[in-house]
Structures are given as structure tokens and as C-alpha cells.
Design a binder for this molecule. Structure first.
Ligand code: ADP
Length: 507
């Protein structure tokens, strides 16, 4: 097994860290949501700060050819043997991806499921991800300084390191940071998962991974991680309350001294209107003029009128999972009033069949003003961000949210509900003293959403004011640099804490 890198682990504030990251998706290899954007960008940002990152993730069918496995792990789980190939790919200086090659688990349609149904063996698929990451890490010549696990799919890593591998010298003193990207996904499985994953029965307890007589990967991760982060400060506070805790508020409150919020950055090499290959005309804060060409292009793409009259009408964009979390129930409730607004709509998403059907029906009923694409289409997402005037995100809850940041970067003014990361990243035009960057509403009601849209449309006609809002959004720094530095601090704190535990000075 090759050395991760010859970097001494430690908490010396100047020393480069070697970070073993574990996640189920990452841009550009596999994406179902914001998790992939984050895991795709954070390693590069850490590497630019001088740290070394190795990301372990499954090689799904759609990852395509990435090379051949030169090392293998034989993992025995629940009476089955899984032969897992390790395909190591150096993607950038100090950033390596290790793909887990195991056709029986990962070579199939869909990341987590197919045709609306979760894969029935997800517990085993992600149990193997976690076991393989632990085995890979322990066989390295130089152990990692810290492990960073993302979401429920990687949340067994802290559990395994503190149980199965608790006395393993390779893992001594190595802390685990768990990041929760969305508390609503908890990795819940039936009790016999304990056997399928060879987890000791003693773990099936309230202090372990049992949750209402089920196994919860995420609960285990929360209980055993050295530090827990989530993706905005507001969401970090919200998940301690019954309203946003998804049943885990009590568990998280017990560990609140370990919980913090670090807002996501955006990958400014991928989301920049000046260099975006999916836009027909580049533009920037210095010259927003060509955005009009992008507006025309997005209207054309959706088969909507794009003449000069149509171009004066604001375009409202949405790129979203079509689920209640994203406020689709509010949109459903307000659909008649929304259709009465003097705007065009360009909509991209997949999700709840009820909401997909709603948007399809609205497009049929208003063929001149509503364009709907049901599906997942990354280039089209870029075109919508570039070509829209307004971007609507009326989320019920939003751990961080990325689209509002993409929108601001693209001079597309977001209309958002004040929750989670939306509250932390959008400055309300109507209530801030400095330059606002979007329109923010508080209550989760159709009328509050409509009022914010009305305010935005009234402002849209005030061209200089609108240009100032666009400019304020486009010139904000949403790069990963600051957030990556905050993660480094989190890693160092965790290393120090674990070293104290090792020295017998307790938790
Ligand atoms: P979440 O992870 O909760 O879905 P985020 O706003 O954090 O929400 O991130 C969603 C990411 O997925 C964004 O990059 C967004 O552009 C992208 N996305 C969501 N739905 C689609 C879609 N149908 N087609 C293309 N990209 C999509």
C-alpha cells in the first residue's frame, strides 16, 4: 500500500495535514445534490492551502473509466466477502481520489436508487464504503492526521474507528470530523442491518446507533465523531430545535459543544459567468450587458418567446429537487397567483411526481410564459442561472443551499426564505442598510413568498437600483478559501482534543 504522503500528523499549527475524506458523491464523478458540489470543491481548496487530501468514494457506473485497481481489500461483512479494488487517481497536486471498485455494489443504474426507489442494499453499499475507508487508512505507511466523513453514507466511519478499530495502533490519536449536509437523511435501516454489517449488538442502544428500533448511520456518526459540523451557522442553531431537528435535536443538543457551522463556498472555477462554457455569451460584474444574450438563449431553449417584448419581462428561474423541503408545497398553494405575475418561468428539476406534474401542467397551460424541464441537467442549470433575472428558493429549510450563491455570482437576484444558509448568505434588499443582494422573506407562507416576489418585481423596474443589487451580489466572495481555512481549524481542534484523550486527560 503506498504512503498517503510523508506528512507527520499533528496539531502543529503550521504543519500540513493529511486528510482522509469519505463521501458518497463528488463533482465531477457523481452528483445528486449539493453534497457533490461541496466534496468536489473542498479538497482542492484544502490542497491549495498546502494540505493533502485523499477522498475515498465508490466507483459508480456513471463515473466511467478512471483506471485500474492496483490494490485490493477483502472485506468480510455479514458472512459475505467483498473484494474491493482501489483505483487511485491523482487529480491535482496534493489531491487524490481513491475509487472503490466493487461491481456487485456500485455498478448499477442510479447512485442511491433507481426509478424512484432506493437500492435495497444501501446499508451494505455504504457500510462497505466506511469499512473500506477505515481499512485503506490503516494500511497507509503514514496514517492520516484526521478523517472527514460526510453525511449518513460515511457516518459509520466514526462508529467503526471507536469500536472495531479502537485499539488499532494505526488509528491511535486520529480524530473524525462528521459534516451533516442535510439532517433529513439519516441512513435508517432495519435492525438486522447490525448483523449484515457485523456490528456488535451492544451498539444497538440509545448511546450507539439505535433510533426508534432502527439502525441510524447518522446517529452513530453524531455519537462517535470528535467534531460535528454542518453547512451554515444558522442551520447549526436550527437543528438543535424540535422544528428543524428531524427528531435528532435531543441527540445533537447533547453534543452541542462539538457542533459548529461552516458555510459552504462555491467552486468559482465552475460557477463563473465570465468563463462558463455553458453560457452563449460571457459576462462579469464589470459588464453585465451580455447577460441579455443569455436570457434570450434560455428562453429559446425552453421554446418561449424571446423577442424584444419578451426580453423586457423578468425571467424567474428555479433549479431544484422538487420536494417539500424546497418550498414546492408553497408554490403549489400559490400557483394561481404566481401565474398571474408578469414574468416568464424557466424550471428545471426532478422529485415528487405531484410537483413534476404541476410544473408540466403549468407549462401546458401557459406555453408562452412557462418552460419546464423534468430531469437532471447540469449545463441547463448553468444556462438558467445565467439567463434568469430572479431565482426563487422558498425553502422550508435549507442547510446551506448553493443555488442562491450561484445566482448572486451570475447577477441573478435570489428571492429566498430566511432559513439556514439562505439567511446567512443573502442580504435582504429591504432590511439591510448596506447594499442588499436579494429579497428575503420570513414566514413559510404563500403570502410572504408572493410579497417578496412583488417587491422584487417592483424593484426590477428601477434599473439603477437593480444594477446595484446585481453588482453587490456578483462581487461578493463566495470562494472556498475562507471555509476551507475554517475546516482546517476544526481539524486541528479535533486533533488536539483526541491527543488529550490519548494522553488520558479525558474527553
Ligand atoms: P440540495 O443539495 O439540497 O439539493 P443545494 O442547493 O445545496 O441543494 O444543491 C443542489 C445542487 O444540485 C446545485 O448545484 C443545483 O444546481 C443542482 N441541481 C439540483 N437539481 C438539479 C437538476 N435537476 N439539474 C441540474 N442540477 C441540479
Amino acid at each position: 500500500m503506498p504512503a498517503l504522503r510523508a506528512v507527520a500528523p499533528g496539531s502543529d499549527p503550521a504543519s500540513p495535514l493529511s486528510i482522509l475524506m469519505v463521501a458518497s458523491e463528488a463533482v465531477p464523478y457523481a452528483k445528486t445534490g449539493g453534497l457533490a458540489d461541496v466534496v468536489g470543491a473542498l479538497p482542492g481548496a484544502l490542497a491549495r492551502l498546502g494540505h493533502h487530501v485523499t477522498l475515498v468514494m465508490p466507483r459508480y457506473r456513471d463515473v466511467g473509466p478512471v483506471g485500474t485497481a492496483r490494490h485490493h481489500l477483502d472485506l468480510d461483512l455479514g458472512g459475505r466477502r467483498f473484494k474491493v479494488g482501489l483505483v487511485e487517481v491523482d487529480v491535482a497536486e496534493r489531491y487524490r481520489v481513491v475509487f472503490l471498485d466493487c461491481d456487485a455494489l456500485y455498478d448499477r443504474e442510479g447512485v442511491y436508487g433507481h426509478a424512484g426507489t432506493d437500492h435495497s442494499d444501501n446499508a451494505v453499499r455504504y457500510g462497505v464504503l466506511c469499512r473500506a475507508a477505515c481499512e485503506y487508512g490503516r494500511q497507509l505507511e503514514v496514517p492520516p492526521s484526521v478523517v472527514h466523513a460526510h453525511d449518513w453514507q460515511a457516518a459509520l466511519v466514526p462508529v467503526l474507528l471507536r469500536t472495531r478499530y479502537a485499539t488499532d495502533p494505526a488509528w491511535r490519536g486520529v480524530p473524525v470530523v462528521l459534516t451533516i449536509h442535510n439532517l433529513a437523511y439519516q441512513g435508517l435501516f432495519p435492525p438486522d442491518t447490525m448483523r449484515a454489517l457485523d456490528l456488535p449488538p451492544s451498539l444497538f442502544s440509545i448511546e450507539g446507533i439505535e433510533y426508534w428500533n432502527q439502525v441510524s448511520f447518522l446517529k452513530g456518526g453524531i455519537n462517535f465523531a470528535d467534531a460535528i459540523t454542518t453547512v451554515s451557522q444558522t442551520y447549526a442553531r436550527q437543528i438543535l430545535t424540535p422544528a428543524h431537528g428531524e427528531g435528532f435535536d435531543g441527540i445533537l443538543t447533547q453534543r452541542r459543544d462539538r457542533l459548529s457551522g461552516i458555510v459552504n463556498g462555491i467552486d468559482s472555477a465552475v460557477w463563473d459567468p465570465d468563463i462558463d462554457p455553458w453560457l452563449p455569451a460571457p459576462y462579469s460584474a464589470a459588464d453585465v450587458g451580455p447577460k441579455r444574450e443569455v436570457k434570450r438563449a434560455v428562453l429559446d431553449r425552453f421554446g418561449l418567446p424571446s423577442d424584444d417584448v419578451a426580453l423586457t419581462r423578468p425571467v424567474v428561474g428555479m433549479v431544484s429537487r422538487m420536494v417539500d423541503q424546497k418550498g414546492l408545497d408553497l408554490i403549489f398553494e400559490a400557483r394561481t397567483e404566481l401565474m398571474a405575475l408578469p414574468v416568464s418561468w424557466v424550471i428545471l428539476g426532478t422529485g415528487d411526481p405531484r410537483y413534476e406534474a404541476m410544473w408540466r401542467a403549468l407549462a401546458l397551460a401557459h406555453p408562452e410564459r412557462v418552460g419546464t424541464r423534468i430531469g437532471f441537467d447540469e449545463p441547463l442549470a448553468h444556462l438558467i442561472e445565467g439567463g434568469s433575472d430572479l431565482f426563487l428558493m422558498p425553502s422550508r429549510f435549507e442547510p446551506c443551499g448553493l443555488n442562491q450563491m450561484y445566482s448572486m455570482r451570475y447577477g441573478t437576484v435570489p428571492v429566498v426564505r430566511a432559513t439556514g444558509g439562505l439567511a446567512d448568505t443573502v442580504r435582504d434588499v429591504q432590511s439591510t442598510t448596506g447594499p442588499g443582494t436579494g429579497f428575503v422573506f420570513e414566514g413559510y407562507t404563500a403570502s410572504a413568498m408572493l410579497a417578496a416576489l412583488h417587491a422584487a418585481l417592483a424593484t426590477f423596474d428601477d434599473r439603477p437600483r437593480w444594477a446595484a443589487i446585481q453588482h453587490a451580489g456578483m462581487t461578493q466572495d463566495f470562494s472556498w478559501t475562507a471555509s476551507a481555512a475554517a475546516y482546517v481549524q476544526e481539524y486541528r481542534n479535533a486533533i488536539e482534543r483526541r491527543q488529550r484523550v490519548g494522553a488520558g486527560r479525558g474527553e
